[in-house]
Write a protein that binds this ligand. Sequence first.
Ligand SMILES: [Fe+2]
Length: 368
Amino acid sequence: MSTFYMPTKVFDEENAVKNHAGDLKAFGKKALIVSGRHSAMANGSYEDICQALDEAGVDHVLFNEIEENPSVETIMKARDFGISEQVDFVIGVGGGSPMDASKAIALMIEKKDKGAEYLYDPDGDSKTLPVVAVPTTCGTGSEVTGVAVLTIKEKQTKKSMNHKVFPDLALIDGKYLKTASRQVINNTAFDALAHMYESYLNATASGYSRMCVDAGLKMWKKSIDVIRGSKEPDDADRRNMMCASMMAGMAIAHTATTLPHGLSYSVTTKLQVPHGKAVCYFMAGYLAEAKAEDRDYLLTTAGFESLEDFSKVYREACGSIDAGEEELKAVLEGAVEELAGNPKKLALTPFDTDKETLSRIAFYEATH
Ligand SMILES: [Fe+2]
């Protein structure tokens, strides 16, 4: 059996936010805008949202304290603020962190009498306030997935909440990438690529999820020269990269991510490595384990000549991990140990995976 479920209404167009003020109004009288500290102000998305809401006669308040890899504590702080302001819906604007956070906040505002443990309650219902997502990076695809990855500080790890919350509306406009640094573009573009690769090399992949991967990879390839560093991104590239990221999101919404994401979380939390860079540190190793025909398809469709070419482009675009050899080794060993104890994640790989396989993937970059 194969299913395709994508309940988010997507508008991908220039001035998407301003053009859809009426759609925002349909969600209620007051919005909670959720963002990080700076980027939504710098790239013009916050201003566009405020203008659209003002035009539509919708009141709004801002919570701009979402950190990278948002913590459960921050979610609860924003939830308390949203309840006190009596908001009707939540708009997440920014990269994956504010968009993921907006889903968790919308859930917890709806569940006013519940504590933070509800985020990880496997039996609770997932009813939330309406969620609108406005992406300003080109990696997470969070605008079209039900996933919210949160940081659990006491365990020093990241974990998806136990509720699937798809945004009701996603407003996509490539212009918000204009002010993004090259590092942010590269790291997030590699995150999108990882979503497509892990969705394809996945035991739960279907013709539908692979349809999203195929379209997304072809879109991603159109801007490969930007990723290779030989071209400055133009408007068409920014749109390509945003759309590729969205299609990658649609793909993982159906399959979930697999080993590179699973291994990356400790690297991000313990060594403060950006998400896309941490994930793709394990990608060449993951591809090396795949069937040759799948590997060749994934590499060439995205614009790479070979596995070596992929590694070279990744290293040049994202840089090396800033940690001592022993420190990195300890983190990688810890990541292998942790993932080896996660049979659910291991079952998602299309090939047999034991601890030895995980070690080969984890140490591939260090040994090639
Ligand atoms: Fe990711």
